[in-house]
Ligand binder design. Structure first.
Ligand code: NAD
Length: 342
């Protein structure tokens, strides 16, 4: 009837009548499929390798901006090796906490049948985002600084908590984790939640300067703003450190990325788009390569202990659709979620 390989579609059809119904998964249902942190890291690694090998389709994020400081992003992607096709519609409203007592980020993921195009599922994307983002940082840290004994995290919210836990799965020699947040309560909550689950000691940094100067590997998940806050000063950063921001260059003096020996990004196209819309007012630093290429073994990561490496990962839809597809597979086999008529 066709020259398409429909085996994956036939597998899906055992659980769902494609074209007539789709599965809806809440955040709790996504969590309840039982993925472990190791599995989330492995799945994210596969997404990054597919990206590094250019085996994907993923146009750069487009968005709308109802408030000056807020954005909605449409993040479509297709990863053929994983039969993962879909789009994440994610929001970030930085003032949500003070205005409405709501988290700044929410979102949904739609997955579609790659052969007919019909929707297969709609699911929460907040948990997926909260999981795949620290998985990317953990994988990047492993690729760029595997023997690090110290890690520093700026921002102790949803992402910060995930980062501190996930990093212990890939940096096996870690001895100490420093954290810093402008909200003391956020640091206390991070320690209360994460310390019982990890063996590495977590300590509250007294200042951004102390954290920046004490850690070989640093990450930040604070806020994304067009004008950099420049909280971390250039003179606090030394040769040999690895910096992994997931909030663009908001938190760091832009001079740091400019003088880095290697400036690596997750997506060159997306970083250029952010530059065009004003997020790198001092200009985007010269890009060495994409992190997927390093993780796929196609480009060299750290080549000497002296290198200062900055790797900015703003988040890619390939990570979302691949993790979302794994959640869908498990939910279908486990009978989790609600089928909704189309
Ligand atoms: N790269 C990606 O893939 C990706 C994915 C999700 C979120 N993000 C970004 O990560 C950031 C954090 O997201 P989240 O969901 O964890 O938010 P969150 O609101 O849960 O946490 C942010 C934390 O940063 C702290 N903070 C803000 N300004 C600070 C400063 N100047 N110094 C120290 N701490 C500060 C806040 O007090 C808060 O605890 C956002 O900017 C978000 O857009 C990136």
């Amino acid at each position: 009837m066709t020259d398409l390989d429909l085996s994956d579609r036939q597998w899906l059809s055992k659980f769902i009548e494609i074209g007539k119904e789709m599965l809806y998964l809440t955040q709790e249902e996504c969590k309840s499929v039982g993925l472990t942190i190791e599995e989330i890291i492995d799945i994210t690694r596969e997404a990054l390798i597919a990206h590094g090998k250019k085996e994907y389709e993923m146009p750069a994020k487009i968005g709308i901006h109802p408030l000056p400081e807020a954005f909605f992003h449409a993040m479509p992607a297709y990863v053929p090796s994983k039969h993962a096709a879909g789009i994440k519609w994610i929001e970030c409203f930085p003032k949500n906490q003070e205005r409405f007592n709501l988290l700044q980020t929410s979102g949904l993921l739609i997955l579609n049948d790659e052969y007919s195009g019909w929707p297969l599922a709609i699911m929460d994307a907040m948990w997926i985002t909260a999981m795949r983002t620290p998985a990317v940082t953990a994988l990047a840290a492993q690729a760029l600084h595997p023997d690090a004994e110290t890690f520093g995290m700026f921002g102790c919210g949803v992402q910060g908590r995930g980062h501190v836990e996930f990093i212990t799965y890939t940096l096996k020699k870690l001895k100490k984790i420093y954290i810093y947040d402008i909200r003391e309560k956020a640091m206390d909550e991070l320690i209360a939640e994460v310390q019982p689950r990890i063996d590495v000691e977590i300590v509250k940094g007294k200042s951004p300067e102390e954290v920046a100067k004490s850690c070989e590997v640093l990450s930040s998940a604070t806020v994304i703003l067009k004008t950099p806050l420049k909280v971390v000063k250039d003179e606090w950063i030394s040769k040999g450190q690895t910096i992994l921001p997931c909030d663009l260059n908001t938190f760091w003096d832009p001079l740091i990325a400019k003088r880095a020996d290697k400036y690596i990004v997750d997506s060159i196209e997306q970083h250029k788009l952010y530059e065009q819309i004003g997020y790198f007012p001092d200009g985007l630093p010269e890009i060495y390569c994409e992190i997927g290429e390093v993780i796929a073994g196609l480009k060299k990561g750290r080549e000497s202990k002296e290198e200062l490496i900055v790797n900015s990962n703003i988040g890619m839809a390939v990570e979302d659709v691949v993790l979302g597809r794994e959640i869908l597979n498990r939910a279908l086999t486990m009978g989790i979620g609600r089928k909704l008529p189309l």
